[in-house]
Design a protein around this ligand. Structure first.
Ligand code: PDD
Length: 279
């Protein structure tokens, strides 16, 4: 692969980051992931805006202009011949001798790479996934897309050990989100419920797109937090992310969700998303 590091494109084997990078030592770093289909970026604008918000929240300078950022994404796709997959981008505060306190004058470390992999026709869309629940042990500023991903990484490992596909997180009895996606439920009356935006969850770009599509389609929407019990009694549960799009959840802590198979509403949203953003 050809990767981008601080203004230069190079083979991945030649890419080097300092051992004193604050991204490495303090997870003082943010990232974005944008899906690619047919060589084109999906929902790019939302991801670019969230990138700026994350950087601003941490006081890390935005490394390049908006136009340049888009050009770099397109170059990453072109240089690597990505038809289907994703563009990954990471910006850390920069390099400094190890110290909890950071200086004001660091230059950010800026990395881009691509992954070519299948995104469409995900076989799990047909079967749905199983999830287990666990306490949300992450920090409280989850609206910032930092690379503090250890809790989520361990959660996915624990889910796999339990024979499940993923983990969803519970805080004060309410679902926050899943380990790397947002969680939504559909009530037996057909209302889509998704947690309102706050610092408790990442403001998913796919979540926003699905809400727009739901409203356009006349589906009743409630943005509010919902309990694990409401999820247990829901007709459908699904998760959304840039890489899974709309993924039905068919088992929750070993119990079937609704009919125990992917439901019609999540199927419809997946179709709408693919039509609207891709076709
Ligand atoms: N994860 N919540 C969390 C904790 C996430 O990590 C993600 C995305 C989302 C969904 O956001 P979006 O729709 O903007 O992708 C919600 C990415 C895909 C990842 O870390 O791999």
């Amino acid at each position: 692969r050809i990767v981008y590091v601080n203004g230069e494109w190079m083979p991945e084997a030649d890419a080097k980051i300092s051992v004193f990078d604050r991204g490495f030592q303090f997870a003082d770093s943010i990232y974005e992931i944008t899906a690619v289909l047919g060589g084109k970026l999906i929902d790019y604008h939302g991801h670019a805006q969230r990138l700026s918000r994350s950087l601003t929240a941490l006081g890390i300078p935005v490394p390049v202009s908006e136009e340049h950022m888009l050009a770099l994404h397109r170059q990453a796709i072109a240089r690597n011949g990505v038809e289907e997959g994703l563009v990954y981008l990471q910006v850390s505060r920069g390099v400094q001798d190890r110290d909890f306190m950071f200086g004001a004058d660091l230059s950010p470390t800026f990395v881009i790479f691509t992954q070519s992999k299948k995104v469409l026709d995900n076989p799990k869309w047909k079967t749905g996934i199983s999830v287990i629940t666990m306490p949300d042990g992450r920090w409280v500023n989850r609206q910032i897309k930092t690379v503090q991903l250890l809790y989520s990484s361990l959660a996915k490992m624990e889910a796999a050990k339990a024979g499940a596909d993923d983990a969803i997180f519970i805080e004060d009895g309410f679902i926050t989100e899943a380990s790397s996606s947002n969680v939504h439920i559909v009530t037996r009356e057909g209302t889509l419920i998704t947690r309102q935006l706050s610092n408790a969850l990442l403001h998913g770009i796919t979540r926003g797109s699905i809400l727009d599509l739901a409203r356009q389609a006349g589906v009743p929407v409630e943005e509010r937090r919902f309990t694990l019990d409401e999820a247990r009694n829901a007709a459908e549960i699904f998760i959304t992310s840039a890489t899974a799009f709309v993924m039905p959840v068919v088992r929750l802590d070993g119990e079937p969700v609704g009919e125990g198979v992917p439901g019609p509403v999540s199927g419809r949203f997946l179709q709408l998303y693919i039509q609207d953003r891709i076709a």
